[in-house]
Write a protein that binds this ligand. Structure first.
Ligand SMILES: NC(=O)c1ccc[n+]([C@@H]2O[C@H](COP(=O)([O-])OP(=O)(O)OC[C@H]3O[C@@H](n4cnc5c(N)ncnc54)[C@H](OP(=O)(O)O)[C@@H]3O)[C@@H](O)[C@H]2O)c1
Length: 296
């Protein structure tokens, strides 16, 4: 199949492009830059120049393809609301190009905010709306496009890691360096789910090849306690590991304050059953133990 991949040059996209090409698919990768175009060409993908803000570029990429995998997102968390609304418009534009066909649109969102405080499953709708949690605009847009008859799958991601990047934990590492301590909130028993980037790329390929509209969780580990994450960061950076009270969290963690205390475990039992997907790791703590971004 010829697949239009937005975010093809990003962390997950860079693992997904070879996964698709090695399986015999053709990739049309979206990028804004010359550097992105060069890296896509070097990976054996075709290049589609455009951006999330240029909705015509999204529609024309989708129109040229037999399926779409949407990974692009503007990760400037100081404009989270605005960027989430850009994602909504992008998904609606991609969906409009697929209306009236049986071509699949695979959309990406997260597991962390699905059902805080309990194990989130693929069956769960988000517990809030985009009015209070901006990124839920992605889930809302996917549902709206599906309502219009487009075949839509939603892949929810936890913290995706390798030895170079580890989702939001990458920012926790930068913060620990800046503040001189590695912190967790309360007793640090709150959990974040995780998956290795290669397992994640394989899941997108399997979801694509399955071809059925569904919700998937790319979860390799259901919940890694934040205290364990803070401890490995502290050990690797030779920094003290400290507990912050919920009242201190906003001041210490800044924009990450809303996430640091969240208990967001997630299950992938249904995904494994539906796709025959078996994550093989390595696990989050194992990657952090030898992460290059924790070298001093
Ligand atoms: N990594 C994780 O742990 C994690 C966890 C949960 C959810 N997710 C979601 O998974 C998706 C992929 O994440 P990632 O970590 O691979 O992201 P990333 O490494 O930050 O890459 C972002 C990608 O988005 C593209 N992009 C950024 N702004 C754009 C714009 N204005 N127009 C068009 N493309 C734009 C970039 O392409 P160019 O610069 O080449 O244009 C790049 O390919 C995102 O939706 C992310 O929110 C990731």
């Amino acid at each position: 199949m010829r697949i239009f991949v937005t975010g093809a040059t990003g962390f997950i996209g860079s693992a997904l492009v070879p996964e698709l090409i090695d399986a015999g698919h053709t990739v049309l990768g979206l990028t804004r830059s010359d550097a992105g175009a060069s890296s896509l060409a070097a990976a054996g993908a075709e290049v589609h120049r455009g951006s999330l803000e240029d909705l015509e570029s999204l529609k024309s990429g989708a129109a040229k393809s037999e399926a779409v995998i949407h990974l692009a997102f503007i990760h400037d968390f100081s404009k989270f609301k605005e960027n989430s609304e850009t994602d909504r418009r992008a998904i609606e534009a991609l969906g409009s190009a697929l209306t009236g066909s049986d071509r699949l649109l695979i959309v990406t969102s997260g597991t962390l905010l699905v059902a805080p405080g309990r194990l989130a499953t693929e069956e769960d709708e988000p517990f809030a709306t985009s009015a209070s949690i901006p990124r839920i605009a992605t889930d809302e847009a996917a549902a709206a496009v599906a309502q219009r008859g487009v075949r839509v799958s939603l892949v929810r991601l936890p913290q995706i890691h390798d030895q170079n990047k580890q989702g939001l934990i990458t920012f926790l590492i930068d913060l620990a360096r800046e503040k001189g301590v590695s912190a967790f909130v309360g007793d640090g028993k709150n959990r974040w789910a995780a998956a290795h980037v290669s397992d994640t790329a394989r899941l997108y390929r399997l979801a694509l090849e399955k071809g059925l509209p569904a919700r998937y969780h790319a979860v390799g580990e259901e919940g890694v306690p934040m205290r364990d994450i803070a401890e490995v960061i502290g050990r690797r950076l030779k920094l003290p590991v400290v507990a912050k009270s919920p009242a201190e969290a906003a001041e210490h963690f800044g924009w990450l304050g809303g996430f640091a205390a969240l208990d967001g475990p997630a299950s992938s039992a249904l995904t494994r059953e539906r796709l025959g997907w078996r994550p093989v790791g390595p696990g989050l703590i194992a990657d952090l133990e030898r992460a290059h971004n924790l070298e001093i």
